[in-house]
Design a protein around this ligand. Sequence first.
Ligand SMILES: N[C@@H](CCC(=O)N[C@@H](CS)C(=O)NCC(=O)O)C(=O)O
Length: 216
Amino acid sequence: MLKLCGFAVSNYYNKVKVALIEKGVPFEEEQFMPSQDAALLARSPMGKVPFLDLGGGQILTESQVILEYLEESYPEKPLYPRDPVARAHLRELITHMELYLELVARRLYRGAFFGGNLSDETKQVTKTDLEKGVRTVMRLAKFSPWAAGSEFGAADCAAALHLPLVQLATKTVYGADAFGEHAGKVEAYVKMASERPSVKKVNDDRKAFMEARKRK
Ligand SMILES: N[C@@H](CCC(=O)N[C@@H](CS)C(=O)NCC(=O)O)C(=O)O
């Protein structure tokens, strides 16, 4: 059986978990925290999570690579449209969302979630970069009602996990949502997505993980 490795607070781990649940693919989970330990590096060369253990010594890293593998291996419940142009646009949206929004907002996570210090320069440069990321994502996303159109798909596996994190980080650091005038639209989308059983499951698992951590 496929084994999804990582931990329940990781948005990239949860992106893959939502895809597995949506596609109805059986899987197990094994907890790994990101690190530079040799044991993890032997499985995940950057020491990141998630990674997917396919069995037989085959391991895949990088959430988007894993999503594409799942789509090709389990096509019965597709998360991508058939039309090549629509497929490409969906991939384009995910790429922009991750490169220009989530990865940029990630610079704030240490300060927003772990009590670390952020320099004024980091805050300022990140704010400017986030404005560009928000502009590009709002131009490419449809939210009609799902991120790439009328069907829940791979873009939602990413958006449902990344967008609320970007909102939370920016509200915490700047006291204002990076989505600015689009904040209400994004919030409505996130709320709708969070009612979907796959997304609800990963959100519940994340809360349980965090509660268990607090008790330790
Ligand atoms: N591009 C990677 C990003 C994964 C990622 O950054 N995961 C975080 C946890 S949410 C991590 O492992 N961070 C540790 C690190 O960056 O060294 C993917 O899509 O899988």
